[in-house]
Design a protein around this ligand. Structure first.
Ligand code: ASP
Ligand code: MG
Length: 402
């Protein structure tokens, strides 16, 4: 059996933890399995390196940043190989060049195109544990790239898919995926299973357990993922295809405070205005999320939408610069908002889920500003101050604690 095990930065943060991971991998190896290990940089190394770059050149080129950040993972894998060798187990560390993990050329946000397997296979055949740097790729210019923050999960899934691994385990410092953030909702429960689509919605909602693209890739190549803790033996959460499990009405609730609402007031109520507004924002690389348009009156209408907090300033500037052309009379905004979402594959075939969510919010006197839905998700915008109360109300309203 071939197993890919990925360990996050906190799992290899110091000497003790490195040996802890080494021992867990060796256990798997001694059970007769082929073991490929993917590692992130130790602890907060990546943040530290970004800080260091900023002190030298706050406008550093992405190419050079990638060159710098990828050193973090190289430290982890080489130390891990040394740890295993110190325990008399054959191991070899490899970076993206040595494996050849081909990526697109976009520095800072590259995607895998293809992963060669010969070198890894060769090392496995000589019964070594193979330890690979997460987070990095190589582009067509033979430059090193990174996959975006948290990208090591995606490295693990890419390798599991390319090697046709029997298992892909993502080790982190929590026991798995929960019905809600346990720090906010004290009744939150660990889930045994969750579907790819639910996980994708949760990942993009800021649940932060898995890198979004790792889940997309796992779904595409049908790689079952196990999310579990490196610090204990608890079973973890399996992420897999919906057809293989009973679909829960509501699997989880997530909050995201990294959002701001913008309203453009009094634009012309005629065809093409919404297109022009959102096209103008898109051309400035501003992602728009929930959108709400008022019913037109006296030839004008209002349009509200949310953007990520870090895009707020830019969005306001772009709107202001194009005020006349977009027929905007006034722009207002509110940063004290947060998104609350419920996710569940069973929603698709069950009416009344939205009503139940709104009832739970009403019962705790939380006002809803905006609403958006997908097949398996309902999101509402509420005041930032209300978010903890709202999360708990909805979580318990759907009996997720039971
Ligand atoms: N070390 C990188 C980061 O901190 C990649 C990862 O941890 O997955 O974002
Ligand atoms: Mg991570």
């Amino acid at each position: 059996m071939l197993v890919v095990k990925k360990f996050g930065g906190s799992s290899v943060a110091d000497k003790e933890r490195i040996f802890n991971v080494a021992n867990r991998c060796i256990e798997e190896y001694k059970a007769g399995n082929d073991v490929v290990v993917v590692l992130s940089a130790m602890g907060d190394t990546t943040d530290h390196l970004i800080g260091l770059a900023n002190t030298i050149n706050p406008k550093a080129k992405k190419r050079e940043l990638d060159m710098l950040l990828t050193t973090g993972e190289q430290v982890s894998v080489s130390l891990m190989a040394m740890a295993m060798q110190a325990l008399d187990v054959p191991a070899v560390s490899l970076n993206a060049f040595q494996v050849m993990m081909h990526s697109t050329s976009r520095y800072g946000n590259a995607r895998f195109k293809r992963v060669d397997t010969e070198r890894i296979q060769h090392e496995l055949d000589s019964r070594k544990i193979v330890i690979v740097t997460g987070f990095q790729g190589v582009n067509k210019y033979d430059d090193i790239t990174t996959l975006g923050r948290g990208g090591s999960d995606t490295t693990a899934v890419a390798l599991a898919a390319a090697l046709h691994a029997d298992r892909c385990e993502i080790y982190t410092d929590v026991d798995g995926v929960y019905t809600a953030d346990p720090r906010v909702v004290k009744n939150a429960k660990k889930l045994d299973t969750i579907t790819y689509d639910e996980m994708l919605e949760l990942a993009s909602l800021g649940a932060k357990v898995l890198h979004n693209r790792s889940v997309e890739m796992a779904k595409k190549y049908n790689v079952e993922l196990v999310v579990r803790s490196s610090l204990n033996r608890s079973e973890g959460t399996v992420v897999k295809e919906a057809s293989k499990m009973e679909k829960l009405l509501v699997t989880g609730v997530a909050a995201d405070s990294n959002t701001a609402r913008i309203s453009v007031i009094g634009v012309d109520d005629k065809p093409g205005i919404a297109f022009q507004i959102f096209d103008t924002l898109a051309k400035s690389y501003i992602n728009v999320d929930i959108i709400l348009q008022s019913v037109g009156r006296e030839g004008t209408k209002d349009i509200s939408f949310t953007v990520a907090s870090e895009d707020l300033e830019n969005a306001l500037q772009v709107l202001d610069a194009n005020k006349e052309r977009l027929t905007i009379q006034k722009v207002t905004y509110n940063e004290d908002v947060a998104k609350l979402s419920i996710v569940g594959a069973g929603m698709m075939s069950n009416p009344g889920v939205a009503a139940r969510m709104f009832e739970a919010l009403y019962n705790s006197r939380v006002n809803i500003n905006m609403i958006s839905t997908s097949e398996i998700r309902i999101t509402v915008l509420v005041a930032k101050n209300d978010i903890e109360k709202a999360m708990n109300a909805v979580h318990d309203g759907f009996g997720m604690a039971d």
